[in-house]
Write a protein that binds this ligand. Structure first.
Ligand code: SF4
Length: 192
């Protein structure tokens, strides 16, 4: 068992079935960071499952990427829940406790850009609480950060699809400008 898999730095440790570690290519030029494992992720040990995982795969399809092209992790690596049934948002103290694991991924993968998925991930990476102000444009950092809304945001908000697509178009243009290889988009809910 690795140091991460046995981590007990915060109060989420007793709630978990297992730590959900990062996955993908360790030489990826893009790192995507989400919020936290949910119930299915906690059971399987694999990040971004279920409805939001399906939308996330469509985000990658629209960008011309696959999970093998990126490094994917979460701001916290253990599932936040009180009851065992319902997920909850990680507390700032849990995000802070888990940040060294995020920094370790960053130091190992050395991406040229990070894409954060949702408010918690953006805060974990930048320390900036005002996600709405920066969503959909490049945030200056080392490496630069591109904040997207969490895919789960779209589950019950079809009206938000157009704005999300605009953000993905911005990101795709940026990646093209930086000569990051992308395949043609595959069909997804974002295809017009
Ligand atoms: S959430 Fe992060 S810091 Fe907290 S116990 Fe899990 S791996 Fe450790």
């Amino acid at each position: 068992m690795t140091e991460l898999q046995s981590c007990r730095r915060c109060g989420l440790a007793p709630m978990r079935t297992q730590v959900v570690t990062g996955t993908g290519s360790a030489s990826a030029r893009l790192m995507f960071t989400g919020e936290a494992p949910g119930k299915q992720e906690d059971l399987t040990g694999v990040g971004f499952q279920g409805s939001s995982g399906k939308i996330f795969d469509e985000v990658l399809a629209y960008l011309g990427l696959t999970r093998d092209d990126i490094w994917l992790n979460n701001a916290v690596r253990c599932r936040p829940t009180e009851t065992g049934q319902k997920n909850r948002t990680p507390l700032p103290i849990e995000v802070e406790a888990c940040r060294p694991w995020l920094m370790a991924d960053l130091a190992r993968v050395r991406p040229v850009i990070m894409v954060t998925l949702g408010k918690t991930a953006f805060y974990a990476v930048t320390g900036e609480p005002d996600f709405a102000q920066y969503r959909g444009r490049l945030y200056p950092a080392d490496p630069p950060v591109f904040p997207l809304a969490h895919p789960a945001y779209l589950i019950y908000r079809r009206a938000a699809l157009g704005a999300y697509r605009d953000d993905l178009d911005q990101l795709r243009d940026l990646l093209t400008t930086w000569n990051i290889p992308l395949n043609p988009p595959r069909p997804s809910r974002f295809s017009s």
